[in-house]
Design a protein around this ligand. Structure first.
Ligand SMILES: [Zn+2]
Ligand SMILES: [Zn+2]
Length: 136
């Protein structure tokens, strides 16, 4: 054989914060590993044929294999792009920053988006001029 085929599973501890509510997250991640570590000799003979992807070939150093790059790549690839404390995390109130998870009923009574203020004027029955303009 040209080397050692390594297969296995690694478990890594995760610590971070929710992308929506910033709550701390502690989790575990399981990754599957599979990599062929070639003997140094066979690597040299390979280089004569194809000199591409030289850096991507894992090699045995003496009788040892270095798991760190393999492990790091596998974990980084498996990390969630936007970690959440739970799948449907409601996040934070955009007005005051309170955590909706802790106060699900939280609302602002007079929360009128300034972009809709004009529409609310149109809806007022005592402004017939603007409604007429709409009908034409
Ligand atoms: Zn969250
Ligand atoms: Zn609020």
């Amino acid at each position: 054989m040209e080397g050692v085929l390594l297969t296995g599973t690694a478990t890594a501890g995760l610590e971070g914060e929710c992308a929506r509510c910033l709550d701390p997250i502690v989790d575990e991640l399981d990754v599957n590993l599979q990599e062929l570590f070639v003997y140094d000799d066979s690597k040299h003979s390979r280089d004569q044929g194809t000199d591409t992807e030289d850096d991507e070939v894992s090699t045995l150093e003496d009788d040892l294999l270095d798991l760190e790059p393999l492990l790091r790549d596998a974990v980084v690839l498996a990390l969630p792009f936007q970690p959440l404390c739970m799948d449907d995390c409601p996040g934070l109130c955009p007005d005051c920053g309170i955590n909706f998870k802790e106060e699900p009923d939280h609302v602002h009574e007079a929360a009128i988006d300034p972009r809709w203020a004009g529409l609310q004027q149109l809806a007022e029955p005592d402004q017939p001029d603007q409604i007429d303009q709409q009908d034409q």
